[in-house]
Design a protein around this ligand. Sequence first.
Ligand code: ADP
Ligand code: MG
Length: 212
Amino acid sequence: MSDTAFSRLPLPPALLTTLQQLDYLQMTPIQAQAIPHALAGKDLIAQAKTGSGKTAAFGISLLLRLKPPMFRVQALVLCPTRELSTQVANELRRLARFQPNLKIITLCGGQPIGPQIGSLEHGAHVVVGTPGRIADHLRKGTLQLDAVSTLVLDEADRMLDMGFIEAIEGIIEAIPGQRQTLLFSATYPDEIRTLSTRFQRQPVEVSVESVH
Ligand code: ADP
Ligand code: MG
């Protein structure tokens, strides 16, 4: 068994079975670096490019931290676009097969807000979405984040490039300080460092490529 086999990790057997069914046998480099820290509850700043398997890098520990009987939003994943939010939500749903009855919803701009409010009324464990629309729901009082214990900023550099910093700050302020914050970014400019300093606690840094 290689060092990067998923079966090396202390994961519940049902999750290992799901990973096998998905043909996920070896961890990608970012997964091998990030997952053990994420499982240990550490904050993480991870530098990795598109297609490197970031969703499972944060998704596995995110799903394991959920308390399924508590039907409240316990994990929030912020993404730059609707397309990326949809991809992340679909990947999380595939990984979540080991744990039936988890509800994962997307909240993105450019979509009618009425059905989103309806699905929030029915309840969800995980919300994936774009910062602008999630901030809208907070303002309207249609989304509560006080039970969130895992926050993921996916493609954080792109979200900052798109001008989402104020929305992101407002959202983080609505989340309890007792949380795990996982920050993923393809690049590591000063703005990302500042964001990390403000909102993370002693983050472990992992990277799979050199910075130029
Ligand atoms: P990123 O967010 O870094 O762009 P994704 O999380 O979307 O990457 O993953 C890219 C693709 O690789 C997806 O199709 C996903 O299903 C697949 N994948 C991720 N991790 C593994 C793995 N360990 N083994 C096989 N395929 C994987
Ligand atoms: Mg991704």
